[in-house]
Write a protein that binds this ligand. Structure first.
Ligand code: COA
Length: 252
């Protein structure tokens, strides 16, 4: 598909979505957000076992494109947020794992897209912030909703209310980022992680995403029941049976 604001790349069973407005630090326009959505819609989960979202150039994303915000009315603001919501939900609903690779400025709406990914991998130069408060607005893609679930209420409030920038290392300390690597190897490590995950049995991987997301969002008891059903269901998978047989025959 011909995109203007993003680039799609396939590496084996990994799909990479590049945010491609490096001159504008990959800030998020409506067109860019819609193209990322279209790209997710076009991916075949059998082919693209893992998706990585990253930025072209030196930065992941500096957040929503502020141009035009001065003229925005309430309904337009609401609709802009809803378009970002749709993307965030697409990432969460995509059957296979989604990894966000953070490098350079990783801020605002860009960071919030990453917050909805399943795993966040950062290069140690990443500069991470929810700076919206500095221009008098609030998070536009789940910063008030998802960030507190990742880092706890107090730390989320600190980031949202101060707009302060934090390092990748600090982000890992608070649970916002899951893995941090030196700049020189970070991308290679992100690809390596994606490759490892893409080699796992696909149904088991997908059920894990459903089970963990459900546990995050609903009661322990309902989620344990769902986990039990998914666990049982995997015994209908030929690949699961083969992997178990292989393990048992090796260990005898
Ligand atoms: N919206 C619109 N344009 C943006 C942007 C954004 N969020 N972030 C960067 N840009 C544009 C700049 O206007 C500039 O364009 P120009 O070359 O036509 O002048 C270009 O991208 C480079 O950015 P610049 O500000 O010159 O880079 P910098 O290294 O000096 O500063 C930041 C980088 C990220 C600190 C700074 O761009 C910034 O604070 N951006 C806004 C961050 C923000 O508030 N995000 C939340 C939005 S709701």
């Amino acid at each position: 598909m011909a995109y203007q604001c993003i680039r799609e790349e396939k590496k084996g069973k990994i799909a990479i979505i590049w945010l491609n407005r490096p001159d504008k630090l990959n800030s998020l326009t409506v067109d860019l957000v819609k193209e990322v959505q279209e790209c997710f819609d076009s991916l075949d989960p059998e082919e693209s076992r893992v998706v990585i979202i990253r930025g072209e150039g030196k930065h992941f994303s500096s957040g929503a494109d502020i141009n035009g915000f001065r003229e925005l009315g309430p309904m337009e603001g609401f609709n802009f947020h809803r378009i970002l919501n749709d993307l965030v939900m697409k990432i969460r609903r995509f059957p296979n794992p989604v990894i966000a690779f953070l490098h350079g400025y990783s801020m605002g709406g860009g960071l919030e897209i990453a917050e909805s990914a399943d795993i966040r991998i950062a290069s140690d130069s990443a500069v991470i912030a929810q700076p919206e408060i500095n221009i008098g607005i609030n998070a536009g893609a789940g910063g008030n909703v998802i960030l507190p679930r990742l880092v706890g209420r107090g730390m989320a409030m600190y980031m949202i209310l101060t707009g302060d920038r934090i390092t990748a290392e600090k982000a890992m300390d608070i649970g916002l980022v899951d893995l941090v690597f030196p700049d020189s190897t970070a991308w290679e490590q992100a690809l390596h992680t994606a490759e490892k995950i893409s080699s796992k049995p696909p149904d088991t991987m997908r059920f894990a995403k459903i089970a963990v997301n459900s546990a995050w969002e609903s009661s322990v008891e309902a989620s344990l029941n769902l986990e039990a059903s998914l666990f049982g269901n995997l015994f209908s998978s030929r690949e699961t049976k083969e992997r178990i047989s292989e393990f048992l025959s090796k260990s005898r």
